[in-house]
Ligand binder design. Structure first.
Ligand code: NAD
Ligand code: UD1
Length: 342
């Protein structure tokens, strides 16, 4: 298939492009580079042995998108572009709604004008809020999102679903096919160590914080709470290797090919690991000590969150293959080879 990858220069997008090309698809990447650099796509090109066609375009820029669609006939869009910093979304909600929702509305409008009504959307386990069941299946009701970032994911799921529903009601002969992928906690990097997660400023998420402590950029890890109802008191999450996540998008294309209507899949491993499990595994696998101190809980955090990924396995034939040791090894391999990112 010929695929438009929005946000293709970012962390998950760049890894997914490798998997798409290795599976025989062709891609065009677009990105406004607000949270990434062209260097990632240059390196992806080196890894796959071909240049990645790239347009520096903002998804809110209708004319810019029109130009991309005028010279390409896409079968599907994989839509990663968006702002993703939870804390920043609380202090700058307008920017999050305008970029993530406004941008997606422009994108889908241009797509439908050009007859491309297949989209795979990057959603998040955050839509479950404080989940009503563990492990979390796709049937678990959506919960209250405590921040605008999470709200944009939840709202976009509804907006995209409404597009499909309307097509069915209107007996549209070419209805939307929409795959909503709810990611759990992506970590790790391509095994080459050439591309990886490259956050701006001080990382908010656990693994990039740990790797920056390991490389000496940060003094110690702050563990947010050790009084949760978990095996060691620290928060439990479902960490998934970014290459497994990337492969989930290739598999999601099979749902699009089968004209899935609206299909929702959790992309997680089904295993929950605590903050201290991650710290200990990272230290063991890489032989690097991670100094840490216990701090109070972070506002909005929950105790435990992990997926039941059986539906993606059953319907897409997808399963996460890589374990925690490999995730820790690849995260460190990327950081130590690229102490200052791109
Ligand atoms: P990322 O920031 O590395 O990638 C997103 C890319 O989108 C960046 O390259 C950024 O420059 C680009 N972008 C942002 N706004 C844009 C716009 N208006 N026009 C064009 N490009 C724009 O983030 P990521 O970790 O690769 O995440 C990809 C997607 O997955 C995001 O939608 C994110 O919300 C979602 N997601 C990520 C995680 C995670 O833990 N990383 C978890 C769940 C969901
Ligand atoms: C966060 C976001 C969530 C988003 C997800 C993936 C918040 C509140 N939630 O989830 O919306 O979908 O990333 O991008 O930001 N931790 C520490 N010290 C740190 C960092 C984290 O102890 O410096 C702990 C957290 O308390 C948590 C675990 O590590 O228990 C994972 O945290 P993080 O990587 O930020 O992911 P989530 O909070 O699961």
């Amino acid at each position: 298939m010929h695929i438009l990858v929005t946000g293709g220069a970012g962390y998950i997008g760049s890894h997914t492009i490798i998997e798409l090309i290795e599976a025989g698809h062709s891609v065009v990447a677009i990105d406004n580079l607000v949270n990434s650099s062209k260097e990632s796509l240059k390196r992806v090109g080196e890894i796959v042995g071909q240049e990645i066609p790239f347009y520096e375009v903002d998804i809110r820029d209708r004319e810019g998108l029109e130009k991309v669609f005028a010279s390409n006939k896409f079968d599907c869009a994989i839509h990663f572009a968006g702002l993703k910093a939870v804390g920043e979304s609380v202090t700058h909600p307008w920017e999050y709604y305008e970029n993530n929702i406004g941008g997606t509305l422009v994108l889908v409008d241009v797509m439908r004008k050009h007859g491309c009504k297949n989209i795979i959307f990057s959603s998040s386990a955050t839509v479950y809020g404080n989940p009503a069941m563990i492990p979390i299946t796709e049937e678990c009701p959506k919960g209250h999102c405590t921040n605008p970032y999470g709200q944009t994911k939840s709202m976009l799921e509804e907006i995209l679903t409404d597009l499909h529903t309307a097509d069915v009601k209107n007996a549209d002969p070419n209805p939307w096919n929409i795959v909503l992928l709810r990611y759990f906690n992506p970590i790790g990097a391509h095994p080459s160590g050439r591309i990886g997660e490259n956050p701006n400023g001080i990382p908010n998420n656990l693994m990039p914080y740990i790797t920056q402590v390991a490389v000496g950029k940060l003094a110690k890890l702050h563990v947010f709470g050790d009084d949760y109802d978990t095996h060691d008191g620290t928060g439990v999450r479902d960490y998934i290797h970014v290459m497994d996540l990337a492969n989930g998008h290739v598999k999601a294309l099979t749902a699009i090919e089968k004209k899935c209507g609206v299909a929702i899949y959790n992309l997680g491993t089904g295993n929950g690991y605590s903050v201290l499990d991650i710290v200990n595994t990272f230290s063991e696998v890489n032989g690097v000590e991670i100094p840490y101190q216990i701090d109070p809980r972070r506002l909005g955090d929950i105790a435990t969150c992990y997926a039941d990924p059986a539906k993606a396995n059953r319907e897409l034939g997808w399963k996460a293959e890589r374990g925690l040791a490999e995730m820790c090894r690849d995260s460190w391999n990327w950081q130590k080879n690229n102490p200052n990112g791109y």
